[in-house]
Ligand binder design. Structure first.
Ligand code: PLP
Length: 352
């Protein structure tokens, strides 16, 4: 059986020295600023302290110029992503999404019995917004992952603005910016402040290194956030984050050095790795601006994944649209050295 289920749901019983570059996590973990905030907040944990959440929401709103009520804090972004998707799709409200892209979109459509319209990415692996609009006249939601998972590639901001302008009335655009901070592109959060039919997802699991601590934001007009309660009771949608995660998230947001430093570390190790692979003659999917990339392994990706596991390197999964490619997360320099050695060894072993 293939181990990697999803980016959050992987079952891990791996040898302790395994290089884990399978789930787009950050090998650096939480920043020192976040750890200090988490430690000093933990002793207050005997009380509910909803003001910890409020303070983090206010800090986020201030950074992004959002009015009160335009953002909500959750334990991670996967939960609210489901709510954003599910509250806008249904049997007569299809979901339109990129292919290949993050599987949570089509999975939510299956849960809601909503028709699915996967749309092939463009030749530069951007979401093809024109084809997405043409896919169906009755779309409930358009799901755009930017940078896209698994390709790491960008959809230009102008394309998202074009879709917002031309999409059918009553539909929403959901832009998943889980990997935004690794890229050089401008966010579309400003379009939420401009009252567009737009929901932007942000997470603390990636550049902020808090995947296991769980924090994420849904950013949208208050009426779109309120609609989340149509698919989940308010108790699940409100104030469910722990005070330690809220404090760690706030400290991360206020740490001015964190994003530029980690963005550079990731970009440097990613380009070193891609340069190595390219020089060796392997085919890398170009254009990644994220903390992962795809590489052609010339055989079914899951076979290659299993071969790499035998070398104690856990790489990411494959997508049906690109079955001979695997996704690889950017680890530390030392981890990527081990990856390179194992990769060459496995590629030198003929498939089958
Ligand atoms: N969206 C995308 C594109 C992801 O890749 C992931 C996780 O890998 C998530 C959302 C969910 O992450 P989390 O729930 O940790 O915020």
């Amino acid at each position: 059986a293939h181990r990697g289920m999803s980016d959050m749901g992987e079952m891990r019983q791996l040898p302790p020295d395994t290089v884990i570059i399978s789930s787009n996590e950050n090998p650096l973990g939480p920043a020192q600023s976040a750890l200090s905030a988490i430690c000093s907040t933990a002793s207050l944990g005997g009380r509910y302290h909803s003001e910890e959440t409020m303070k983090t929401v206010m800090a986020f709103n201030e950074i992004y110029g959002l009015k009160r009520g335009y953002s909500a804090l959750f334990p991670g972004s996967g939960g609210p992503l489901d709510l954003a998707l599910m509250s806008n799709i249904g049997p007569d409200k299809p979901l339109v999404y990129g292919d290949p892209s993050y599987e949570q979109g089509p999975r939510a459509a299956e849960t809601m019995n909503a028709p699915k319209f996967p749309v092939k990415l463009t030749s530069t692996y951007a979401h093809d917004v024109k084809a997405m609009l043409a896919a169906t006249p009755t779309a409930g939601a358009y799901y755009i992952v930017n940078p896209n998972n698994p390709t790491g590639t960008m959809t230009p901001r102008e394309d998202i603005l074009w879709l917002l302008k031309n999409k059918p009335k009553g539909s929403v655009v959901i832009v998943d910016e889980a990997y935004h901070h690794f890229s050089d592109h401008e966010s579309v959060i400003d379009q939420v402040a401009a009252d567009q039919d737009l929901i932007v997802m942000r997470t603390f699991s990636k550049i902020y290194g808090m995947a296991g601590l769980r924090a994420g934001f849904a950013v949208a007009r208050p009426d779109l956030l309120m609609k989340f309660t149509s698919v989940a009771p308010p108790a699940r949608t409100l104030a469910s984050i722990s005070i330690t995660s809220a404090a760690g998230a706030r400290a991360s947001l206020q740490d001015k050095d964190l994003v530029p430093l980690r963005k550079k570390i990731n970009a440097d190790i990613r380009s070193e790795t891609l340069e190595f692979l390219t020089k060796k003659g392997y085919k890398v999917l170009p254009g990644s601006q994220a903390n992962f990339f795809m590489v052609d392994v010339n055989r079914p990706g899951h076979d290659f994944h299993d071969a790499m596991m035998k070398e104690n390197v856990a790489i990411g999964r494959s997508w049906a649209a690109m079955p001979n490619y695997v996704r690889v997360t950017v680890g530390t320099k030392a981890e990527m050295q081990k990856f390179q050695t194992a990769f060459v060894k496995c590629m030198d072993t003929p498939p089958g």
